[in-house]
Design a protein around this ligand. Structure first.
Ligand SMILES: [Ca+2]
Length: 419
């Protein structure tokens, strides 16, 4: 768990002003199979915010606005410390935002376990193993998000593949015991047929607009043989956005671009996305095909209908066909040399304990355990290798205070700390 040597430091493609220039191109033509009314990426885009953190809207105290880091701290001064272990294939870490200081760890087989006061509670918060199909390596209970008003309404949402391998997004409610959910409270919101067992995405997160966002992969196999990523009339290969506070069981926000759940498209297998809790910016780790892993970014306020390029593009590189103008390119990418294989998207650090890291986005590689950081650099981005953890990085997570954790698929949750 030390910082990388010079040899391990990677050559990085820095995405500079060209990032947003391409979006000034003419409107994107929808695929001919679409039967919906597309609203392509508009020609005028919101410029990215400045390096200064934006205070939360509800902030009314006199606390000075924390300034984002402008350079990477020395990673050798920090370490990942195990805080809980014994999990069976943990794939997500969440907090309930209810002041309870509990961590909720999602096991791929279909359980959610609580870490409370430094120990794992023996009774699962939720156990839906009987409903979850996890025979495939990428199948299972894959994502969890607590309602922004969970403390009042006790509602939370999960994303899993069922016994037939199809995606379910469902709502549950806590029971009278705050450490146990009511298993009979399940309400299924969305059901999406999966043509192949891999590329199920699975992440869930509430955006700054209060809508629930879900990441779905392109349906699987290899190379997106069904063309789902660019087909805006299907839900695969997308970031979906639904209003879980209206409708039955949900409503489609009026400004979704295609009149459906689809909010953004052109993704292969978004494995972990998050919103910067300070700025509302969206960060996505999108798993590549054979060569390029990528990190995608949309500043808060970016219009609906962003096209992240798959399968025209793999990272910044042509994959299939002639790419149309207007694609949103990644802000970071890495290749598969030295054993690297699959990106795991993380979070922007907004905690209090390690102010040197404030505003830096963390992500990792599943196979090698390498952890990188991304920081805004002038009009572009800088990416740096930070930690060679040796872990099988399946997810990152935050506690309510914003401290950063990582999940090792082999069973341990670790916290980033100062040495
Ligand atoms: Ca892409």
């Amino acid at each position: 768990m030390t910082g990388p040597s010079n040899v391990q430091r990677l050559f990085w493609t820095l995405t500079v002003a060209a990032l947003f220039l391409s979006a000034c191109a003419p409107a994107v033509t929808p695929p001919p199979t679409s039967t919906l009314s597309p609203v392509p990426v508009p020609p005028t885009l919101t410029p990215p915010p400045t390096d200064t953190a934006i205070p939360a809207a509800e902030t009314s105290t006199a606390t000075p606005v924390p300034v984002d880091a402008t350079a990477f701290p020395n990673a050798d001064d920090f370490q990942w410390v195990p805080t809980a272990s014994g999990f069976l294939r943990p794939v997500d870490i969440q907090n309930a935002g209810d002041g309870s200081e509990r961590l909720f760890v999602v096991e791929q087989s279909g359980r959610i376990l609580i870490v409370k006061g430094g120990r794992v509670l023996p009774t699962p918060f939720l156990n839906i193993i009987d409903e979850v199909g996890s025979s495939g390596n990428e199948q299972g209970l894959l994502g969890l998000a607590f309602h922004p008003r969970y403390a009042e309404n006790g509602l939370f949402f999960v994303n899993y593949t069922d016994r037939s391998g199809n995606t379910v997004i469902a709502r549950f409610k806590v029971s009278g015991d705050p450490d146990v959910a009511d298993p009979a409270s399940e309400t299924r919101l969305l059901y999406v047929q999966q043509p192949f067992e891999n590329h199920n995405g699975g992440g869930l997160a509430f955006g700054p607009d209060g809508y629930l966002y879900a990441g779905l992969g392109d349906g699987g196999s290899g190379g997106d043989p069904l063309g789902n990523g660019q087909n805006t009339s299907v839900l695969l290969g997308k970031i979906l956005r639904i209003d879980v506070n209206s409708g039955d069981p949900y409503a489609i926000p009026a400004d979704n671009p295609f009149g459906s759940e689809v909010w953004a498209y052109g993704l292969r297998n978004p494995w972990r996305f998050s919103f910067d809790r300070s700025t509302g910016d969206l960060w996505i780790g999108d798993v590549g095909q054979d060569t390029w892993e990528e990190i995608d970014f949309l500043p808060a306020g970016f219009p609906s209908g962003a096209n992240f390029g798959w399968n025209y593009m793999e990272g910044n590189h042509s994959f299939k066909g002639m790419a149309p103008p207007g694609l949103v390119p990644p802000v970071a990418e890495y290749d598969h040399t030295e054993g690297r294989c699959s990106v795991t998207g993380g979070f922007v650090y907004r905690g209090a304990d390690l102010p040197e890291w404030r505003g830096i986005y963390f992500f990792g590689d599943y196979c090698t355990g390498m952890v990188w950081g991304v920081i805004r650099s002038g009009s572009g981005w800088q990416t740096q290798a930070l930690f060679q953890t040796g872990l099988r990085i399946s997810s990152f997570g935050l506690d309510q205070a914003g401290e950063l954790y990582v999940a090792d698929l082999q069973g341990t949750i670790l916290l980033l700390m100062r040495k």
